[in-house]
Design a protein around this ligand. Structure first.
Ligand code: PXG
Length: 441
């Protein structure tokens, strides 16, 4: 494959998302192929995928069953209207999803991304209280350092300053729990940290300030991914659940990253044995191949809407592409692949090897913390004084040159490989990272 066929000759028109555009366009990094654990670059190199794309290709790349399902569906039924019409695969997929979801999560609302799943869940929460006759419950509670996508609801409940500060007043009536990152007490913890479970009690303070009758929902990532892998302290999520239940507040788990096997159970709700009222998902639902998201909704919430004259629409929300046929076919084939290969629980088998390998980097240069759970890992680096993010970003560039794809956020390296990863890949990943870290300025 020559460069001429694989590399666009002008990079200017495409304004790239969440990218340092000028840096990228001076030094482009292009993938032209992928298979299983690897990408192929435009200059013909193999790169080990340490991030499952963007936390989404849980079964690895170009898996035949998923590819074939998409090809076949495109030739059979390309699109069907999503409103007032249906097609079989969306219903089949909803049923298969409900089979792997926690008990009682028996309904699925389809979206096209994690961001849309979050907006959908927040809107369902507000509308649910309204149909139940508790329309005064309008307040939403998120968390500092939370990431819930980039739409207005998501950035309002989210807690990443850079994602919020340019965009005006956002939604009103939003409060934030404190984040749970306590490096002084919890550094180098394997799995759930000991300290910080009591931070959930801050929810009581927020509820006391506004009165429970005004609070609709709390949304948190069970494990916060985008802000550098923040693992919930022991007991934290259970405590949040108890407080929400006590006050009639809905609890939403944003499982866009943790859904579909990342922690070693299908969902984090099962892993932590804490049941939310809704779960937002996307990414791994179609193995990242076709945009699709889904909100899982408890029976109680769904059934509250199924009232009134039957010819009337129960919930005024939805997307042109909700349950799109090709995405549904991809989702079905993805779930089959997960089931055939045991991928929704494979992270539990790999967890201790992964943890040992990552924590062996403790003495590498610049490392100030290492965190892990399931097949997620984070290596936090000491930033260069006055130049935050620069050290981690240069590690990302160097790792790429050495054949390894990682993600960085702030000065943290985040890892989330495809769930098909073998021990030999883990060894290669950690060896490459050790070299990268020890050679970093
Ligand atoms: N919620 C959570 C918890 C997420 O992690 C979204 C919502 C938004 O999903 P969409 O599909 O709208 O992008 C996400 C997305 C990273 C990274 O490297 C994380 C995400 C996306 C891209 C990169 O941390 N998470």
């Amino acid at each position: 494959m020559s460069d001429a066929t694989n590399v666009p000759n002008d990079l200017n028109a495409f304004w790239m998302p969440f990218t340092a555009n000028r840096q990228f366009k001076k030094q482009p990094r292009m993938f032209v192929g992928a298979k299983d654990m690897h990408y192929t670059t435009s200059d013909g190199r193999e790169v080990l995928d340490g991030t499952a794309g963007l936390w989404c290709c849980n079964a690895g790349h170009c898996r035949p069953k998923i590819t074939e399902a998409i090809q076949q569906q495109a030739g059979e039924l390309d699109y069907a209207p999503a409103f007032q019409m249906g097609h079989p695969k969306a219903f089949q997929l909803a049923n298969r999803l409900v089979d792997v979801a926690p008990d009682g999560m028996d309904h699925v609302f389809f979206t096209n991304s994690g961001s849309e799943s979050v907006e959908t869940a927040l809107k369902i929460a507000l509308a649910y209280h309204k149909v139940k006759g508790e329309g005064s419950r309008t307040r939403l509670v998120g968390r500092e350092r939370g990431y819930h996508g980039v739409n207005f609801g998501g950035i309002s409940v989210g807690g990443i300053v850079a994602n919020r500060k340019m965009f005006g007043t956002l939604l009103t009536g939003v409060d934030h729990l404190p984040h749970t990152h306590l490096p002084d007490q919890n550094a180098f913890t394997r799995g759930e940290p000991e300290h910080g479970g009591d931070l959930a009690d801050e929810l009581e303070r927020i509820v006391a300030l506004h009165d429970a009758s005004t609070v609709a929902a709390v949304i948190v990532e069970p494990v916060a991914g985008s802000t550098g892998v923040l693992i919930p302290p022991k007991g934290y999520l259970k405590r949040l659940r108890d407080i929400c239940t006590k006050h009639g507040i809905l609890l939403i788990f944003d499982e866009v990253i943790t859904g579909f096997g990342r922690l070693g159970s299908p969902f984090a709700a099962q892993h932590f044995d804490v049941m939310p009222d809704m779960i937002t998902t996307a990414k791994g639902l179609t193995n990242g191949v076709i945009p699709m998201g889904a909100v899982f909704v408890s029976n109680e919430i769904h059934d509250a809407f199924m009232n009134g004259p039957e010819h009337l629409i129960e919930f005024f929300h939805g997307y042109t592409y909700s349950g799109n046929p090709i995405a549904s076919a991809a989702g079905l084939a993805t779930l089959e692949t997960y089931a055939e290969e045991g991928l929704l629980t494979r992270a539990a088998e790999m967890d201790s090897y992964w943890a040992d390998a990552l924590h062996s980097l403790k003495d590498a240069k610049h490392v100030i913390d290492i965190r892990n759970i399931g097949l997620i890992g984070a290596i936090e680096l000491e930033g260069i004084a006055g130049e935050p993010t620069k050290r981690a970003f240069s590690c990302f560039l160097d790792a790429y040159e050495r054949g390894l794809l990682i993600r960085t956020t702030g000065d943290t390296i985040a890892l989330s490989p495809p769930l098909i990863i073998e021990k030999s890949h883990i060894d290669q990943l950690v060896d490459t990272l050790r070299t990268v870290l020890n050679e970093a300025a």
